[in-house]
Ligand binder design. Structure first.
Ligand code: NDP
Length: 452
């Protein structure tokens, strides 16, 4: 019998999660539409992971040119053209937008441009048009959240940082999370004078303590003016830049102030109330273990649910949703042992529990830690240390946490994430022969636990 609805699935938001769910559901034969008001690919493709990583690559060259001298190279005159970098980045993002459009078209998904609002449990309105669907998937993501302090309108968020016409000479970065440390490194690497302000005693709350301290030490050495226990009380326009007043009353002048003070789920003005969808205190959509909301026909995945706000997690949740809703196989997304990287300079890679979490969960643990200068820098003379750390549950010998601060940390930790997912023991780490000479080999050669 033909369905009474226009579509089997109507997805709101064509970001990482929404596109994957739409495409795969269509591949299973579902009639799918996806509405997007902004850009295909969402935050990750347009104002997140992808352009961020490109800017991080760009910002490494200054250091690489300096380091080349230790290997006998003389590097000639250097010049950096921010406008060209942004133009090239924009071209690549446009290409990716096109890839996303094609992927959806080829899967037979109907693309609808515009803002979608729920009318009821099975109806979505975009502009004047109403669409009905058996299931609705909300995948609208998140948006930068800035505190309401006087003059906040003079600040930019990461959204705007990707499109600055000129590289600011002096930048203030406010915040101590992923985005703040990544952008502080990006602007510093391009040659800007950067001050990073974090309101607490040590940034990157939630990460392992040794990781936080190691990165603070390295950033401190890099020339970024990193200040803890400092916040902004007001921002005033000063010439073409800003004058920023700090909690201790001091002022700082800059050409640009970037706020990276968290992101909030994008749930406003979506008609969620009309449809009766429950939100939590932070405005995130509440879902069960299968990503279903309190309204049986409405589901939600990705940052709008504020579970683990990472692109690969949204994609994983999308796949679990499609299996559950269209594949006859109820599947819960698995949020255990999710590896992630922070593309700070040096970067962080991490999977599993922090030392504090492991201690709370297992009681008796062993910690292995190693800090050293990587081989490359024996010739460059650069004063930088990498830090590697393993946390082992003593009773089972399982490695329950694996953390690193140092070059290629993201690339290295990805492989160890597989080992943790396979519940590898320390004995199995020890039985693995290292690849010499690499930094990663240290993870299989640490024999003596740290004594407290
Ligand atoms: P985070 O939540 O990670 O960090 C926000 C930071 O801002 C914290 O240091 C917080 O301090 C501080 N802060 C919050 N409110 C204020 C305020 N009113 N005044 C001053 N400081 C404040 O958010 P991000 O914006 O950095 O990133 C958002 C999410 O995006 C992350 O959770 C992450 O999942 C994802 N992301 C992932 C990346 C990756 O995988 N590489 C890269 C970028 C983003 P406090 O700790 O004291 O609360």
């Amino acid at each position: 019998m033909a369905s009474a609805y226009d579509y089997d699935l109507f997805t709101i938001g064509a970001g990482s999660g929404g596109v994957r769910a739409s495409r795969v559901a269509a591949g299973l034969g579902a009639r799918v539409a996806v509405a997007e008001e902004r850009y295909l690919g969402g935050t990750c493709v347009n104002v997140g992971c992808i352009p961020k990583k490109l800017l991080v690559y760009a910002s490494h060259f200054a250091e690489d040119f300096e380091d080349a001298a230790g290997f006998g190279w003389t590097v000639g005159e250097r010049r950096f053209d921010w406008a060209r970098l942004i133009e090239n980045k924009n071209k690549e993002i446009e290409r990716l937008n096109g890839v996303y459009a094609r992927v959806l078209d080829q899967a037979g998904v109907t693309r609808i441009e515009g803002r979608a609002r729920l009318v009821d449990a099975h109806t979505v309105q975009v502009g004047e048009q109403r669409h009905t669907a058996e299931r609705i998937l909300v995948a609208t993501g998140g948006w930068p959240s800035l505190p309401e302090i006087p003059g906040i309108e003079h600040a930019i968020s990461s959204n705007e940082a990707f499109f600055l016409e000129r590289l600011p000479e002096r930048v203030i970065v406010v915040g101590g999370g992923y985005i703040a440390v990544e952008f502080a490194g990006i602007f510093h690497g391009q040659g800007a004078a950067v001050t990073q302000l974090y309101r607490g005693p040590l940034f990157l709350r939630g990460f392992d303590e040794d990781v936080r301290q190691a990165l603070a030490r390295e950033i401190g050495k890099s020339g970024i003016d990193l200040r803890f226990d400092t916040n902004v009380t007001r921002i005033d326009k000063a010439g073409s830049g800003v004058r920023v007043t700090l909690t201790d009353g001091a002022t700082l002048d800059a050409d640009c102030i970037l706020y990276a003070t968290g992101r909030r789920p994008l749930t406003e003005d979506l008609g969620l109330e009309a449809a009766g969808v429950a939100l939590d205190a932070k405005g995130a959509i509440v879902v069960d273990d299968y990503s279903r909301t309190n309204v049986a026909s409405i589901w939600a995945i990705g940052d709008v649910t504020d579970r683990v706000n990472l692109t690969p997690v949204a994609i994983h949740e999308a796949m679990a949703f499609v299996r559950t809703a269209f594949g006859d196989t109820p599947t819960k997304p698995d949020h255990e042992d999710i590896a992630s990287a922070v593309f700070s300079q040096p970067p962080i890679g991490t999977v599993g529990l922090t030392e504090a979490e492991a201690r709370a969960r297992y009681g008796e643990i062993d910690v292995y830690r190693s800090s050293f200068r990587v081989l490359k820098h024996t010739l460059t003379g650069r004063d930088t240390q990498s830090m590697l750390k393993l946390i082992v549950d003593r009773a089972s010998d399982r490695v329950v946490g694996c953390h690193m601060v140092g070059p290629e940390a993201g690339e290295i930790i990805q492989g160890f994430a597989v080992a943790l997912k396979c519940r590898a023991t320390k004995a199995q780490f020890d039985a693995t022969i290292g690849i010499h000479p690499t930094t990663a080999e240290e993870f299989v050669t640490m024999r003596e636990p740290v004594t407290d």
